[in-house]
Every structure is written in C-alpha cells, then in structure tokens.
Design a protein around this ligand. Structure first.
Ligand code: MV4
Length: 667
C-alpha cells in the first residue's frame, strides 16, 4: 500500500478519498486553488499545495502543476477523483512519465472508450449488446439516410465523439432526415471538432442502468451490480439508486457479465462504470439492454453501490493501484438492501435550476448513522462560488427495501437545514414522495413528465409563518441591540436602540418583508408585561445562539430554524424553507426611487462592458453583458443617469447581487 497519495480534486470527492486514506493509514496531500484556500478538503488533508487561481483551467486542470505538487510532497500516487483530469489519457501518461501511479485505468483503456463509434464496434466484437444501428466510417448523407430507413423510424443521430446528449437528433420520418443530419453534424463539429455521426434505433422509453466494474492488474474483473440513474435533468443525474427497481435476477447477471466482458476487452484496471440503456417500453427484459458508453473513473454515485455491497470502493481503487488483487471474487459479492442517493445542489428549481451562490449561512444536515450517509465538501459558513459545480452534498440512505429507503430519504431531506443559497432540497423531497417514483415507474423522461407536480407554484406564507418570521425579526433585533449595548460599555446609551426596534415599548409596529417578490407584513406589538401581540394572538418566543426560535402563538407551540444574513431572512419550519427579504423601515425612505447601483441578477461572467465611468446614459441603455448558463444577459441602465463607476471587467466571474455599475441618478 502507498504511504502517501495526492488527491487531484476538490470538494466532496477529495474529502471522500481522504476519509479512506485516513482509515488505511495513507497520508494525504490536497491541492487547492485561490478560491479553496479555506476549503474542507484542505483542512482534512495532511498537507496541501496551492496550484493556482480559481478557474479550474488554471489550477485543477493543469497537469504539470499537479505533477509538481506530487513531486514536491513525495506522494507516490495520484487519485484524480471524478471530472477534472480523471478521464484524460494524457494525465495517466504524465503520471507514468513522472514515476507516479495514476489511481485509475491505463491510458489505453481511457482512449479506447473515448470515441463512441470505435467503442461501440469494440463492444460488438466482445459480444456486448449494442443498440441496433450503423456506426461505420462512411458518412455519405444518402447512405446514412438509407441506413436509417433500414433501422426503422424513429432513429437517433449521435455524434461519435459525443457525450452528454450533444449533437443528438431524433428523427421520426425520412423527409426530416437530411435537415436533422446537417444539424447534428454542425453541433458535433462545434462541440467536439469532429462531425462524424452514428445512427441508432431510437428507444422510446429508456432507463439508464449502469454496472460498476472493477479490474486488477492480474487480469481479474468483477461487477458490483447495477445503479439506476434514470432520474436525470438535462443529462445531469438527480437521484441514483441500487439495485435497479424490479430488475430480474437473470437480467442482472447478463448485464454484469456483459460489463465484465467490456472491461476485459480493453484491459481495464481499477473502478469503471459501463452505462447501458434499457428499453422499458415492455418493462425490464433481459434481452433489451444495450451498451452506451464506459466511464473510466469512480463515479459521483458510487456510494449507493458501497451501501448495498458493504465495500469501500476507494479502498479497492488504492489496493488495485498498489498492485494487489481484487479484494473479493464475484461469488463473494452480494446485494444487501436498497440505497438511494440524492444530489443536494445550490440551485433554484423555480428559476430553471439556475445555480445559486453565496455563503452557507446555515448548514445543518440530518444526523448520520448506519442508514444515512452524507458526503460533502462544505461546512456552515463556507461559500458556494461560481467557479465550480455547486453541489452541496450527496445524501445517501440505506434500508432493507426500497420503500424503507424512500421513507428514510424523505425524512432526511425534511431535516436538511440550509440557508444562504437556494437549494433543490424541497424538489428532491417531492421527487422521492411522488407516487410514480415510489411505484418504480422510471425512465429518463420522469422529471419532464411530472414537472407540474415537482415544481409547484411557490406558496404564499400563511399567517402562522408570517408570525414566526415577525418574531424572528424582533428577536434578532433584540439580540443585536443587547450586543451593541454591551459592546458600547454603556447599556443605557441611546445607541443601543438605534435599530428602530424598541424593547418594552407598547407601541405598534409592522414587520415588513418581501416573499417571492411580494411585500408581506405582520402587525406586532410589544406588551408592557413582556411578550408580544402578533396579529391578534398573544405570543412569546426565545431565540437561542444556534438560531432555533421557540415560539408560542396563542398557545400553539412551534419551532423554526432562523438565519439572518444581511437583509435575507430564512425560516425553516417543519422541513419547509421560507425565504424573506427584510424591508428596513429607514432605508426604505432613502431608497424611494433610488438607483445607487446596478446589481448582477445571477452568478455569471462579464463578457462585454459597454459603458465607462462618467458616461451619461439613458434608461434602458445596455451597460454590460453577462454570460450565465451559456446564455447572454444584457444589463441595462434602470433610469437616466450618470455612471459613477464600473466595478467589473471583461472576463470577470461575478456573484449574484454584486454591484456591477455604481450609478448616479439624474435629479
Ligand atoms: C439514446 C436514447 C434513446 N435511444 N439512444 C443521452 C445521452 C447519451 N449518453 C445517450 N442518451 C440517450 N441515448 C437511443 N438509441 C435516449 C438517450 C437519453 C438519455 C439516456 C440516458 C440518460 C438520460 C437520457 C436523457 C435523454 C435521452
């Protein structure tokens, strides 16, 4: 076994690898960019090496810097995690050239699976079932059209260099073929620099079922069963589970054997995943699964396999990379129970899953035990930046059967408290509780089909929620006033009261908030004898240092988690997260029609600046262009005025809410 390894990654997967190393007594070296100097993976590792600025292309993707970091610290091997350099044959070669072990497959195996057409041909030779179709070199449009007609409509045109759905076109009839082919070729050329395509029978109801395989350097290979990853959104996995619901034992064995044949055909070593597409138009059938591609790395969703097999796949990777034989034979592997993984993301489902960034003002995961596991790279107080994937954590649950696991997942999601960035937690919970998901009626169209159920219109807060919000605000203000008074050394000082919330004053007050763009308000009155009247209920409340509000609303006792960050108030009540913006009663007057600055509406990259300091601009005039989620957004002047300053430069990555342009409004 190695004495020391370097982990060429960040976030939860770097932390995950470090965990196993610690258990095995292997020392760890982390690498980090400017954005990650305080990151969890750096804190967990024994040593850490700075490798450059925040953008991954200047740090986590620079092979030479990673190799230099390994040399400098005396690491013997490099674990690439997933993403970044994990499937770059060049990285595997660079390790070998530097006398380091790449904890992954040989470069030749990475290359063999890199090109879809070639991989498909190779798999066909190895007796692995492939989707009926044409994947030859001849790209003559007339010939491809004839092949398509022969396969039978509908067909799917795919880029041979493709992946992730790019350059894919479904064609339903002969007369649409030529135009679809031209479109697919254009997209393939633009995305991959290679316009070659292949044609397949289009499967109308596909399930994504993948097999975990492992090979060692002695020619052994085994499969660790399947994962069902059919619940996806735009080719991003959302939920993964193992085993696949309703998988017949015979089909499992046939898929497992096919995956092992695939691995052996390319001399595979280490952890790999063979992705299959199963045609479930008539349910799962042992003769209706087809090879799609092979991922030559450990995958994000590997924990569900670990939970049902009781194995540590990172330990397997380390042992195999160190030259040991596979820890278990096929006959020693078995499935125990059912596991589900949910990917908790900082994103806003209501805004088309736009990534959400910012400080995690509150991050209280559910408690973990034999049934609940959390793999994460962030802690409370950390910031989700626009530089990397905004995944907050992977929540993995295990139980004896699927129904039990589903209940555990829904409960764990209900107890996941996050304030700061918007998250998909409520969306995940609705997914798990959806009757069609519970019934196992899965396919890759699941989320689209059930969109209306999964993305309900945002609900207006009830009077009870507003009462809790109002109490949270006054309790936060009282606490702040007390702290300010204590800090001033003069508790009687009038400065202790300048926040506008008077203690022990029987006056009337209205707590004003904004929820989902709509102003909301709750009357709140202080009572001389202590406590409050909220709405028309006598109320009392306490707020502890952990942000737990215990409230009594006319005899109804409720608890809420409270996080106040600037003017953002988050309330979590019985698993439901309510986000409000405080309206400051004083600032509101100053702000009447005021436009001190133009803020970024979302995290993104500045791609053009169209004005400069001192310019007089008219309302609606474009000031700069922001690129976010591959789309361009024009930021325009809100009113006639003069530019005081431009606070962003072309190429700069900006967070949501930052002031991009300081603005002086015309009087
Ligand atoms: C298909 C298909 C239907 N028929 N191939 C999408 C990504 C790429 N790796 C393969 N993909 C598909 N190939 C045939 N012949 C449907 C998909 C597909 C899909 C596959 C797996 C998981 C999610 C998906 C979402 C949409 C389409």
């Amino acid at each position: 076994m190695f004495d020391k390894i370097l982990i060429a990654n960040r976030g939860e997967i770097a932390c995950r690898v470090i965990d196993t190393c610690r258990r095995l007594g292997v020392r760890t070296v982390a690498v980090y960019s400017d954005a990650d100097a305080e990151a969890r993976h750096v804190a967990l590792a024994d040593e850490a090496v700075h490798i450059g600025p925040a953008p991954a292309r200047d740090s986590y993707l620079v092979i030479d810097r990673i190799i230099a970091a390994a040399r400098r610290t005396g690491a013997q091997a490099i674990h690439p995690g997933y993403g970044f350099l994990s499937e770059k044959a060049e990285m595997a070669r660079a390790c070998a050239a530097a006398g380091l072990v790449f904890i992954g497959p040989p470069a030749s195996a990475i290359e063999a699976m890199g090109l879809k057409g070639a991989a498909k041909a190779l798999m066909q030779q190895a007796q692995v079932p492939v989707v009926p179709g044409y994947h030859g070199d001849d790209q003559d449009p007339g010939m491809l059209a004839a092949k398509a007609a022969e396969i039978g409509w509908p067909v799917l045109i795919k880029a041979v260099a493709g992946g992730g759905g790019k350059g894919m076109r479904r064609v339903d009839a002969a007369e649409d073929f030529a135009a679809a082919l031209a479109g697919a070729q254009r997209e393939a050329a633009a995305s991959f620099g290679d316009d070659k395509v292949l044609i397949e029978k289009y499967l109308v109801k596909p399930r994504h079922i993948e097999i975990q395989v492992f090979g060692d350097t002695r020619g052994n290979a085994v499969y660790l069963f399947e994962r069902d990853c059919s619940v996806q959104r735009r080719h991003q996995k959302v939920l993964e589970e193992a085993p696949a619901p309703d998988m017949p034992a015979e089909m499992r064995a046939r898929m497992g054997e096919a995956a092992v044949a695939a691995a052996k055909a390319i001399g595979y070593v280490g952890a790999g995943t063979v992705e299959f597409i199963a045609d479930v138009a008539d349910g799962l059938r042992a003769d209706r699964f087809y090879f799609m591609e092979m991922n030559t790395r450990l995958q994000v969703e590997h924990p569900v396999t670990e939970m049902i097999t009781g194995q540590d796949l990172v330990e397997w990777q380390l042992r195999v990379a160190a030259g040991e034989a596979l820890p278990l034979t096929q006959g020693q592997l078995a499935i125990d129970g059912h596991a589900i993984e949910a990917r908790v993301y900082a994103e806003d489902p209501a805004r088309n899953f736009l990534p959400s960034t910012g400080r995690l003002a509150r991050l209280r995961p559910p408690s973990t035990d034999a049934h609940v596991r959390i793999d994460t790279g962030v802690r409370e107080g950390d910031t989700v930046t626009p530089f990397y994937d905004p995944m907050i954590a992977k929540l993995i649950v295990w139980d004896r059967d699927r129904q039990g696991a589903l209940r555990r997942m829904a409960a764990a999601l209900q107890n996941y408290e996050i304030a700061g960035p918007t998250t998909n937690v409520a969306f995940l919970r609705r997914l798990c509780l959806h009757p069609a998901f519970a019934a196992g009626d899965l396919d890759t169209g699941f989320i689209e089909r059930h969109r209306a159920d999964l993305l309900p219109d945002s609900e207006a807060p009830s009077d009870t929620i507003l009462a809790l919000a109002a109490l949270a605000v006054v309790k936060e203000r009282e606490q702040a006033a007390r702290e300010a008074a204590a800090a001033s050394g003069d508790p009687g000082s009038p400065w202790a009261r300048t926040d506008g919330w008077r203690l022990n004053d029987e006056g009337h007050d209205v707590v004003r908030l904004v929820h989902g763009g709509t102003p909301v308000a709750m009357a709140l009155r202080y009572r001389k004898q202590g406590g409050y009247v909220v709405g028309d209920l006598a109320a009392s409340a306490t707020l502890d240092s952990a942000g737990t509000l215990e409230a009594d609303l006319g005899g109804l006792r409720l608890r809420a988690a409270v996080a106040l960050a600037g003017s953002d108030l988050t309330l979590i009540v019985q698993g439901v997260t309510w986000r409000f913006t405080l309206v400051d009663p004083f600032a509101a007057e100053d702000d009447e029609g005021g436009h001190g600055g133009v803020t970024s509406p979302m995290p993104g990259k500045v791609i053009q600046v169209l004005a400069q300091a001192g310019d007089a601009v008219a309302k609606g005039q474009p000031l700069l262009i922001l690129e976010a989620m591959k789309m361009e957004h024009t930021i325009a002047a809100p009113v006639d005025g003069r530019i005081a300053a431009i606070n962003a430069a072309v190429g700069e990555q900006v967070n949501e809410g930052v002031v991009l342009v300081a603005f002086e409004e015309d009087a």
